[in-house]
Design a protein around this ligand. Structure first.
Ligand code: FES
Ligand code: FES
Length: 169
């Protein structure tokens, strides 16, 4: 069965026709061309597919696209832009928070969500906040340092804060 849905993605009103079984991550990647959101497992284990859905971090391989009808999404492409990185993106750049980069989009979104909830997290709180996101390059120490850098330089960032505020208004 097909569904016509409308949603906002990175601030842009978007419409799509999706199958009942289409996963949100596949809508993003294959129909909307937003390939920054990665698929690492398709079984809700790795977190590479994490996006903000109405201001909350979700693993987009666990959400049916049809269920996102009317929602507002932020993907890694929407966090910041070249020359205007979000604090979390800049933190990963400054502190070498990525190696191969496969986990990075999900890490960036999960870290952004963490900072929305807790603007000044201790190391253990960062580790526990990101435990749903796996890095096969195992650069966890640098990732923690990247998130601490972001906490000290603007936190979650304007896009994510506006998204969370809008969802709660
Ligand atoms: Fe979604 Fe791994 S692809 S959790
Ligand atoms: Fe390679 Fe995390 S940087 S999987």
């Amino acid at each position: 069965m097909k569904h016509d849905i409308g949603l906002t993605v990175n601030g842009v009103a978007t419409s799509a026709t999706v199958d009942s079984r289409t996963l949100l991550v596949h809508l993003l990647r294959e129909q909307l061309g937003l390939t920054g959101t990665h698929v690492g497992c398709d079984s809700s284990n790795c977190g590479a597919c994490t996006v903000l859905l109405d201001g909350e971090a979700v693993k987009s391989c666990t959400v049916l696209a049809a269920a996102a009808d009317g929602a507002s999404l932020v993907t890694v492409e929407g966090l910041g832009s070249e020359g205007d990185l979000s604090p979390v993106q800049e933190g990963f750049r400054q502190c070498h928070g990525l190696q191969c980069g496969y986990c990075t989009p999900g890490m960036l979104i999960a870290a952004t969500s963490l900072l929305l909830d807790n603007p000044d997290p201790a190391e253990e709180e960062i580790r526990s906040g990101l435990e749903g996101n796996l890095c096969r390059c195992t650069g966890y120490q640098m990732i923690v340092e990247s998130v601490r850098w972001a906490a000290e330089h603007g936190g979650a960032g304007a896009v994510a804060a506006a998204e969370r505020d809008g969802a709660r208004a």
